[in-house]
Ligand binder design. Sequence first.
Ligand code: MOS
Length: 763
Amino acid sequence: MTAAAPEPKANMGTPVPRYDAAAKVTGRATYAADMPLDNPAYAFLVTSAIAKGRIDRFDLDDARRVRGVIEIVTHENAPKLKESKLFSNGGYAGTTIQPLKSVEIAHDGQIIAVIVAESYEAAREAANRVKVSCTVSAPSATFDSPGATTAAAKGQNAQFKEDPKVGDFAKAFEEAEVKLTAAYDTPAQHHNPMELFTTSCAWMGDNLVIYEGSQYVYGLKNGVAEQLGIDADKVRVVNPYVGGGFGSRGSMTPRTAIIAAIAKRLNRPIKLVPTRDQGFTITTYRAETRHEIRLGASRDGRLVALRHAGFEVSSRPDAYCVGGTKTTTRLYACPNVDSLVSIVRADRNTPGFMRSPPEVPYLFALESALDELAVKLDMDPIELRRINDATNEPIDGKPYTSRSLMACFDEAAKAFGWSQRSPQPKSMSDGDWLIGYGCAATCYPTQMAPCAARVRLQRDGRTRVEIAGHEIGTGAYTIIAQTAAERLGVPLEKVAVFIGDSDLPPAPVAGGSNSTASTCSAVMMVCDQIRQRLLKAVMPSDSLADKAKETVGISPAPSTQAAKSDRPLDIEKAFDALGVGIVEEYGEWKPDGAPMDSFTAMHRGQPRFVGGHQMKDKIAYAFGAEFVEVRINRFTHEIRCPRLVGAFAAGRIMNSRTARSQLMGGLIWGMSSALLEATEIDERYARYVNDNLADYLVPVNADVPGVEVIMLSEQDDHINPAGAKGLGELGNVGTNAAICNAIYHATGQRIRRLPVRLENIEV
Ligand code: MOS
């Protein structure tokens, strides 16, 4: 075992290498824009240079003169698209701002024309020659901009149902022995996955194939069909590999349906490869947020009052928000809680999911505030969390299905060497470098959604698993193969997995860290259907009922244990008894508590999520603790982060290699979100300034010399058959607070606004 492939502990799967590793590193993996098309035309987008106003006139003469230009589509001649449903949990459209619909400009970088040409170069050249005259209005860019409007999220966003509260916050805060009031800010950020936001659309008669990196092939298929006004069965979305998602590909963006409609009109396949900077405005992003936290505690550190008010920027027409108070009001025991989420409308593109959407900004505020409270109480910040550790969440009083928060703190503290920390700020240094240690909690809701799978087994053990899941870099191929191999008792190398194609059985959006739990639970169930058929063939009928009970259906125990308890099944004997060459089963799995319409909704590309605080009688979250060391140069104020240590517990770990990789990537992104990443907004024009990978800072290896991931054994029998909590988003929550807490320890300066750059350090 190596650092990259940690020895599995109890309830952890083996660190088999990625199924797709060789294809990816050798360039054999085909991404959407690599798919060969028959005689394609190439599209290039023209995007708005103003954020608010109207188009008065296009002058297209110069553009049309470029050799190879086939068509220029503007609002004047665009195919008409139907409205699509908004915000169905990662399905369908992420914004109501649709392209080429009218003369109105709703945000900078909005798609205002599409050039189609015989080559990419010709399309781009023509796009650069498009002249557009606009009537410009003054846009509202962000918080505090003239014209930006603020209103409670509840009532305007269908997903945001309640501002959690309990007890009497005002009275308890008033009477608290120790009080803290503090405000925190997080910036706008963009995901920037490596794969650009490409789309290729090819029609065969009335049937459309879309090659597009997507985290939700069923959502995209149904959403595009709805916009085109055609039957969803006529649309197929294909993407065997996706070059990073992070939330940016969860919803349908405005580009896809219009490209499909133009391809239909021209009767030619079209390939669109937008530029990196266009990706900043034609998809979604993490909006900037503001927070006010109030904490009241008794002298011994017990929380008596907690209030979290959050403000989030959204676009003028769409009330998107992440509403992280659902988590921050439930993380610690506290009898009096109040919260309020508000949405600030500005002239911007609509924001959307970005890795751990609610928790990254909201836990920055809460976990920073707890550190500040620990300082006021003169208490170790880990002890403050221990005193307020909860077995039941305080809002509805429901028990956590399992909660290893303090075990994670203890493991991470030990590995990090927290006991060597001298608590006084500015008390540790090494030559010119001030040293700071900081820590914070992370958590992420355990979520599941209905999912189908088809499994085919041959007499020689060869197995084919089909599921419209998504390989966004997480290891989905690998863990689905492991699950099937284990459940059927066949060697892993005999299992072939097919995902990333909407012609396969429906899976939910690869978002909200639900994929592993949902897809593996479905695969387990369908493998059990196969086992049942085979068992029936070889078992005498009187003992069948008992045996079936033991082996069939959803076992509450995690898969390895269930599989091991089964008597081995002689597959060849069973096939001979059945007299067939192939056994194939299809099945649809849904989590406990999923609504009645779950399966029909699943086929329509609308996931019905179950999990987090919305489960009946219980609440399910994964937890972790993150520790960081920062070093700040006394003279230059350069900030380095030599060590990141995280300990995590997330139920069953399917593969200790891919899990570690997810958590490590999370820690690195968490650091990046604290020290590097911000989308700078020119407030005069409501435009993004650093919309490229040279100016938008992301970490390189030298920025993260030490990352240590510790995975704790945890078994949770109350969540889903796979026993997995999901950890794709767990790693990067809380890191930003841990860094600011460490900066305080190094310098005595509390920084409440991200990102922290050397010019913000005042020591
Ligand atoms: Mo994640 S932001 O739910 O893809």
